[in-house]
Structures are given as structure tokens and as C-alpha cells.
Design a protein around this ligand. Structure first.
Ligand SMILES: Cc1cc2nc3c(=O)[nH]c(=O)nc-3n(C[C@H](O)[C@H](O)[C@H](O)COP(=O)(O)O)c2cc1C
Length: 327
């Protein structure tokens, strides 16, 4: 059975790629994911806030040094042992590259158009095989949908100008026209998009009346939103589509691939069940393909996308009506 797939121009042995999570902070866990069958690994994110806070602190301290400020001098900000969050991230990236045979994708996470994103160059130099750009931005009511889209494209352009390796952009689903944004990102040089980031909705604590951050792992029904958009975009774009969100087993993974995803990402199920969940998914994909007599994954990727349906124009409305009438 040939499970090979091409994602962001990278040849992968199969379509299963663990998405950004704390699992990549641990080298032993990363090796276990590779042994379980992972075809590539996306690292946890390096956040814009970490980069900017350190840059600010460093420039403040250097300014004080220039003024010969005695107390500030004693902080020795440029001491050889000083390690910033970026340094630590680069070290972990290099350690993962040394420990694993599979491609390692570094992840940058932020929302502003400032130069933080140009640190992607250091990630490239440290050996990242590709970059994932996770833009997480909540607009305020004065900002139009067009302005929001332009911000995403501008951030990508800055990163594109800084690095040569492939870039995939991880998006949330909340856009007026997600497909149009994907087309714009493709034109601006994105090699892929990951659909969709999960939106962590903070709760309100009724005792303290404060916002309570809460993280809930995904459930399989969340995969349907991804299925819909991947099915709509396959054959309309040349960039790689990857599915993230709610993919817990072979059933959801196969649907994403049939709709047109080059790879599927898993996170929640790996946090819950460990690397064996990935092996289980891989075995399930192979068993289904054998049963249906597929010889290779490339035969099935995108075979059930919107463009391959009998009436692509009416696809959404018909499916919408059928869903309501099925009650
Ligand atoms: C604990 C945790 C940490 C995560 N950290 C990151 C991160 O650093 N960067 C990122 O882009 N996504 C991060 N994610 C999002 C996941 O990579 C993934 O896209 C999302 O959870 C949906 O996939 P799932 O349903 O398989 O969990 C995190 C998710 C969880 C649960």
C-alpha cells in the first residue's frame, strides 16, 4: 500500500502529521510519535509576544548600558549564558532535527504586522523544513473584513520575503469568505493552509466575575467544518490543504483525504491517548484502503471534493437543504 503524499512540496511517507502542541517540547515523546508512524512533526509555537517582550527588554537594557548606568550594567543582558525564548526555541528545533528522521516544521504564532515574523529566518537557518504561521487575530468592530484579510496577507508577505522554505498558514474559520482569503494567501506565496485553528472561548467565572481561561480538547464532530472547506477548496487552489481539528481516528482522517487534504493533523487525541492513537489511525486508513482496493493514497485524495460532484455550483445549497430535510 502506497501511503505517500506530497505536502508543501515535501514528500511524506504517509499523511499523518501531529500538529503544534506541548508534545514536541519533549524529545522522547517526539521520538515515540515518529516510531508510531508520524510522517512529519509540527513544533509548539513561538509566540510574537515572547519575541517582542524580549526585544523590548534587551533594547532597554542596552540603552541603559550605553548611558553607562551602573545598575543596568550589572544585569549583564548580553552575558554568554543569556538564553532568550527564541534561543530556547532554536535549541529545541535543532535537538528535534538531530533526534528525528522526519521533517520538522517550526511554528510562529502572532497577529501584528511588525517585524517579529522576520525571526522566521533564524528558524530556517536552524534547520526547519517548513514554517507554520498561525495568525490569531480578533478584530474590533471598527475593522472591516477587507482590513482583516489584508493584515493576514501582509504578515505572510513579510515572512515570505524573509525565508525560502515552504510556509503553511493556519487559519481560524471566522472570515466572511475563507476561500477568498486562501486564494489571496496563495498569491502572496503561501505553500499551504491548515484549516482550521480551534477557537478557545474563555468562560466567565460567576463567583469572581472574572474571565476564566479554559481549554477543552476537541471532539470528532468538529471535523465536519474542516471537511466542508477542504472539499470546497480542493481543485480551486494549487497550495497544500491540511486538516486540523477533531480528527481522532481513521474515519475522520479518510474523509479529509477524500475531500482533498494532503495531510491530516492530530493533537487532542494524541494528548488524550498517546502516540498509539496515531498508529491506530494509520492502521485504520490502510485497512479501509485495502478493503476498497485502493493501491495508493494519491488515488483517493480529493476524489470526493466539490468540483468532482455532479453539480458543483449547487453543492452547498443542495447539501444544506438535504440536511434540513433529513430531520
Ligand atoms: C494543549 C494544546 C496546545 C496547543 N498549542 C498550539 C501551539 O502552540 N500552536 C498552534 O498553532 N496550535 C496549538 N494548538 C492547536 C493544535 O495544534 C490543533 O490545531 C487543535 O487542537 C485542533 O486539533 P485537534 O482537534 O486534533 O486537537 C494546541 C492545542 C492544544 C490542545
Amino acid at each position: 500500500m502506497n501511503l505517500e503524499t506530497t505536502w508543501l512540496g515535501l514528500k511524506l511517507k504517509n499523511p499523518l502529521v501531529p500538529s503544534a502542541s506541548p508534545l514536541s517540547r519533549d524529545l522522547d515523546m517526539a521520538r515515540r510519535l515518529e516510531d508510531a508512524g508520524a510522517a512529519a512533526l509540527i513544533m509548539y509555537s513561538l509566540f510574537e509576544e515572547e519575541i517582542l517582550a524580549e526585544e523590548e527588554q534587551l533594547s532597554r537594557l542596552m540603552e541603559f548600558q550605553d548611558l553607562g548606568h551602573g545598575e543596568a550594567d550589572s544585569y549583564l543582558p548580553l552575558h554568554p549564558d543569556y538564553r532568550s525564548g527564541l534561543d530556547e526555541y532554536l535549541e529545541q528545533l535543532q535537538a528535534l532535527k538531530a533526534a528525528l528522521d522526519i521533517p520538522v516544521i517550526a511554528s510562529l504564532n502572532g497577529s501584528s504586522e511588525s517585524g517579529w515574523v522576520e525571526h522566521g529566518r533564524e528558524l530556517e537557518q536552524a534547520g526547519a523544513d517548513a514554517l507554520e504561521l498561525n495568525i490569531f487575530f480578533i478584530p474590533d468592530p471598527t475593522q472591516s473584513a477587507t482590513e482583516v484579510d489584508e493584515r493576514y496577507v501582509a504578515i505572510l508577505r513579510r515572512l515570505r520575503a524573509a525565508v525560502h522554505i515552504p510556509i503553511t498558514v493556519k487559519l481560524a474559520p471566522f472570515f466572511s469568505s475563507p476561500g477568498h482569503l486562501v486564494l489571496q494567501l496563495e498569491q502572496a506565496g503561501a505553500n499551504g493552509v491548515a484549516l482550521f485553528n480551534r477557537f478557545y472561548q474563555p468562560d466567565l467565572d460567576l463567583d469572581s466575575l472574572e474571565v476564566r481561561p479554559q481549554l477543552e480538547l476537541s471532539a470528532p464532530h468538529e471535523a465536519l467544518l474542516r471537511l466542508h472547506w477542504i472539499g470546497k477548496l480542493h481543485d480551486r487552489v494549487r497550495l497544500s490543504l491540511s486538516a486540523t481539528g477533531g480528527i481522532h481516528d481513521a474515519e475522520q482522517a479518510l474523509k479529509m483525504l477524500l475531500a482533498g487534504a494532503s495531510v491530516v493533523h492530530q493533537c487532542s487525541v494524541l494528548l488524550e491517548q498517546g502516540p498509539q492513537a496515531l498508529t491506530h489511525t494509520l492502521d485504520g486508513i490502510t485497512a479501509w484502503m485495502e478493503d476498497k482496493e485502493y493501491a495508493s493514497l494519491s488515488q483517493l485524495i480529493g476524489s470526493s471534493c466539490q468540483q468532482h460532484s455532479i453539480d458543483p455550483e449547487a453543492w452547498d445549497r443542495i447539501n444544506y437543504l438535504n440536511t434540513l430535510h433529513s430531520y
